[in-house]
Ligand binder design. Sequence first.
Ligand code: BV8
Ligand code: ZN
Length: 243
Amino acid sequence: MQEPTGELLRLLSSDPPTVVLTGAGVSAESGLATFRGPGGHWEGRDPMSLATPEAFDAEPMTVWRFYDWRRTQAASAKPNPAHTAIVDLEKKLSNLTVVTQNVDGLHERAGTAEIIRLHGSLWTLRCTVCGAEREDLRPALHPLPPGCGCGGMLRPGVVWFGEQLPRESMGKAQNAVRNCRLMLVVGTSSLVYPAAAMPQAARAAGAFVVEVNPERTPLTPMVDEHYDGPAGEILPGFVSSMA
Ligand code: BV8
Ligand code: ZN
């Protein structure tokens, strides 16, 4: 299915509290590799094996070179029509929240105002000793690993596998998920928890759940509607079909 159905358009015209849950697929058309798609590997290493505290402890330089590469890629990428359509939806609806698993900052650069980052950000650095956090938009950091004024080593401000999600973001996200009447699940393989549990929670709370993904995922059998195409084409179609 590609064009929005009458049911979805009727729901959109009722201005429902809406959550847009996004994953790496929403940045695919900006040229950023997804985690599990083709080209997702880095120097032959599986990103999943690098995005862990164990990898950072064992080989901080390798992990920093991976994240410095990710930052360089993200800095040269541009928001794509999927990001822009989500900004347009936020303007047309009175209560829309983006809950993203992405760390690339493209939603923010596209102009999304209400955003909850579940897995942190490539652009935040956190000291492993004193915990001080700072934003640093420079794509290539030198020297690696970057250091804190206290002498400690800085780490990327992202949530690694095996790490707890930020309590505040989780609380806000769970609130938005429980109160929404429409959830758009865009560009995620729905494999990583606890983000992957959110669509079921929304559905249990009575929301209409729509998945936008060119592939089927473990979530597909449970959604109300599945649009099988690139988000950069499907989402602008939703916006242009709205009155
Ligand atoms: C936690 C930041 C408590 C870093 C990321 C066994 C069972 C269940 C759970 C677990 C388990 N073992 C361990 C766990 C917990 C684990 C987990 O869920 N593992 C999975 C792999 C089984 N979760 C955690 O560890 C989380 N913490 O649970 O803490 C705890 C503590 C200890 C022990 C247990 C529990 C932390 C998870 C956060 C990890 N950090 N990122 C970084 O980015 O470097 S996750 C990383 O992968 C991304 O951030 C992203 O969130 C995530 C999933 O990737 P997706 O975004 O979905 O992207 P993916 O490539 O997978 O898919 C892209 C999709 O887009 C595809 O479907 C594709 O078809 C589609 N697509 C492609 N092009 C387009 C498109 N869609 C639309 N348009 C297009 N053009
Ligand atoms: Zn410090």
